[in-house]
Design a protein. Structure first.
Length: 366
């Protein structure tokens, strides 16, 4: 009995085949395909309603009839491709699904030149997204938190720090008055250097804000989400790209960083909510009702969401801290049974509610 290949091995095999086929093309054809792939990627990543690209006029393809590669011509009438259109503009849909459908149609074409061209174009588009659009980061190792599957906590680097600052350890800046004098290396703090891309780290292990403002921290989170979105787009266009070593390295490095920092941002916002409640309580402005939208990081959607619940109904009810404690406990009881959350998201959502509860528990006098 012959064992069938695993899905992972099939993807590696397909990736290798497409890579070899692209490398077999003459340099001029490679550059043409790369230029067309950039047009496709721009339409995808900028969520445009229309995509336009052109197949090459000739392509080197495997020819089973002669058992060797040969250069074949692409029919002139099939070279120009327009995807999407007026309907997408009206419905405000991007071109992603339509483009995937068109590439599938082209790859299934009975014309060998068309199908080969479409396959190479799909490969080049995914490679451009993974290798050219996304910055490379540091070599990192993460470990998962307790009872979790995704590694998100960076392991301490036990090696002594080099006396020479590397470009991956710092932001390179060149002042206007110092053009030509080289780059000024601005080192990252040690807490940031433990992650894949230190320039997007906003919080240390204790939740301390490392950047100038909460808005900057939110912008950093958006940059990390964009990074992961581009990787997901690449794999949706060419699923075999996940077999690429660079794809795996970038996904591992950024996924752990994004979840780590997303949770830290949610916790920071929760602490701000606690501070605001205390301030308003002292000012006596919470006696007409209070509802809270508590943030948490969704590990599945890779975004910050909120859970909203009522602490004090609208009306003239005097605020007492016990109301917050009770509301947090009731909300936790609901979320424990909520099947929409995976285990790790629920765990950190409950930790945020516990943080809220602990902040308003009245200490009993001894």
């Amino acid at each position: 009995m012959i064992d069938s290949p695993s899905p992972a091995s099939r993807l590696r095999e397909e990736f290798g085949e497409k890579q070899s086929l692209f490398n077999a093309q003459p340099a001029i054809v490679q550059r043409f395909i790369e230029a067309q792939s950039r047009q496709i990627v721009d339409a995808l990543t900028e969520h445009r309603p229309i995509a336009k690209f052109t197949l090459p006029d000739r392509i080197v393809a495997e020819m089973p009839q002669i058992d060797q590669p040969a250069t074949i011509s692409v029919p002139q009438g099939s070279r120009e491709q327009n995807v999407g259109g007026f309907r997408n503009r009206i419905t405000r849909h991007d071109v992603k699904e339509a483009l995937r459908h068109r590439l599938n149609e082209l790859e299934q074409s009975p014309d060998h030149a068309i199908s080969t061209s479409a396959g190479i174009l799909r490969y080049a588009s995914a490679i451009h997204m993974v290798h050219n659009m996304l910055p490379s980061g540091r070599s990192v190792t993460y470990r998962p938190d307790e009872d979790e599957d995704i590694p998100t906590i960076p392991i301490e680097d036990l090696e002594p720090e080099s006396a020479i600052t590397q470009s991956s350890d710092a932001i390179a800046e060149e002042g206007k008055e110092d053009v030509g004098r080289g780059d000024l290396q601005v080192p990252f703090v040690p807490a940031a250097r433990r992650f894949y891309l230190p320039q997007w780290i906003s919080f240390d292990d204790n939740g301390k804000l490392l950047v100038g403002s909460l808005k900057e921290a939110e912008a950093n989170l958006a940059s990390m989400q964009r990074f992961i979105e581009i990787l997901h787009t690449a794999s949706s266009i060419a699923p075999y790209i996940i077999a690429d070593e660079e794809y795996q390295k970038k996904r591992y490095g950024m996924l752990g960083q994004l979840i780590n920092q997303g949770r830290a941002l949610a916790r920071y916002r929760t602490m701000e909510i606690i501070s605001t409640i205390r301030e308003r309580s002292k000012a006596g402005t919470l006696n007409r009702g209070l509802s809270l939208s508590m943030p948490y990081f969704d590990d599945q959607g890779l975004e910050i969401n909120t859970t909203t619940f009522e602490v004090i109904p609208a009306g003239r009810i005097m605020f007492v801290p016990a109301f917050v404690v009770r509301a947090a406990r009731e909300e936790a009881a609901k979320r424990i049974q909520d099947t929409r959350f995976n285990q790790s998201t629920r765990k950190h959502l409950l930790a945020g509610l516990q943080l809220l509860e602990n902040a308003f528990i009245q200490k009993q006098p001894k």
